[in-house]
Structures are given as C-alpha cells and as structure tokens.
Unconditional design. Sequence first.
Length: 271
Amino acid sequence: MEQLWELTHALEKRVQLPLVNLPGFTGGEVHPGVDLPADPVGAARELRRFWNLGDGPVKHLARRLESHGLVVVAPSGADHAAAKVDAFSSAGLLRPMVVLTPNRADDVLRYRFSAAHELGHLVLHSSSTGDSRQEREADAFAAEFLTPQKSLRPLLPERIDLSRLAVLSQTWGVSVSSLIYRYREFGLVSDATISRAYQRLRALSTQPGFAPEPVRGYPGEQPVMLRRAFELAASDTGLTIRELAHELAWKPSRVRELLGMPDTRPVLRLL
C-alpha cells in the first residue's frame, strides 16, 4: 500500500488523475464533507444514487471505481504474506486505495465482490481493523451495492432454482453462492433450504455456468488508471519505466507490476 501511494504520487506530479468522488471519504474532492448513512445497506443505496448507477447491474466495477478517483491495482506477482487475503484498502491517504490480490484472479465474480467489499470499508470505516463486525458490514454493503434488494427481490424464483440463479449470476456479476445468501438476507427460505442449496451448488462447481471464470477474460474488471497515467506522462514528458524506477528507488519490474504492464521480454527456458 505504501508503494502504491508512492507510485500514485509520482504520477500525479505529472498527470491530473480523476477527482476523488467518494462521499464520506475525508479527501473527497467532488463531495467534500458529505456523509453517507452509517448502516451498510443505506450507504450502498445512497452511493449508487450519488454515482447515478440506477437500479441495474454494476458493469466494469474496477474501471468504475477508478473513474471516481479511487486507485485500484491487481498485481500479478505472488505475495505469500497475503496468501489468505482477497483484497485490502486504505482510507488514510489523500486518495482511497484498493489492492485486489492475485488470490481471486481465477474467479471474476468473487474478485468483484472483494472490490465492492473494500469500497464498503472505505465509506463505512475510517480505519479497517478487520474485526468480525466490520467484515459483516462490508459484506452487507457489497451485497446491496451489487444486487439492490429493490431490483433483485422480484427476480428471484420462489424456490431456489440453481439454473435460473446461474443466469442471474451472469446478469448481475455476482456468484450463485452470493445470490443464495440473499435468500437468507431477505428471509425467503429456511436455513435448512439454504444448506441444501449450497450442497447442490458444490456438486456443480465444475460445470459450465457454475465454474469460476478468470478475471483476464473481463477487461472492464482490470484496473488501468495508473498504466494510462504513465503512458500519458511518457508521451508528454518522455518519462520511462527506468526513470520512474530510479525516482522511486525500485526495480523496474516492480514498477511494471504495479502499473499492470506485463514484462514483454522473451523468456529463456532451459530443458
């Protein structure tokens, strides 16, 4: 996170990034001092209204966060220290920051929920301590932000029908598992019915429509703001990766990784 801030600051000296448009965030530039409701569901509904998202699915979530001034990265390199972390964020800097770890890159729907979960932390919690209450609140925010009750409730079949939920999953960009949990949150079925549905879902986990799909197949979910800021600085001032790495005292490979720029060098393979 510290490196992400250093990189962002170095680029902002050369390129004006989108203004921070996140009500409740202390560094907000578009809505400074405007607070969202304290309850997760209310906050999610109000933020959708602020961002003019309507009542439908949220497409291209990572890009949308960036368009409102949030810095989002999804580094490709393995980080053993974050092996059990899907994502993390920081509200203590001049820009809200979200890091989506590689752990969920093979499941775009869980990746999207993780991004919405961190958005919930940013608007609900001045500092994220990771305690169970905060995690539940961020989950509740993410569920309502991605699948508003007003819109989703009329679409859910009266009985849990996994094939129909798979279609809704693709439409709304959330997992079937998440949709089943919404039944519980809406009080539509018993806990025993929920348990049986999860059992059936596990048996279908490798079938088309239920198997995870990697993020690389969804360009709108891949962050681009920092890479495009670098490209703009490069075209305007001639900035190079090597110069930026020298300024930051990093290895060029680390700069490319956080910018989301693949290493284009050919790979030598020895048999």
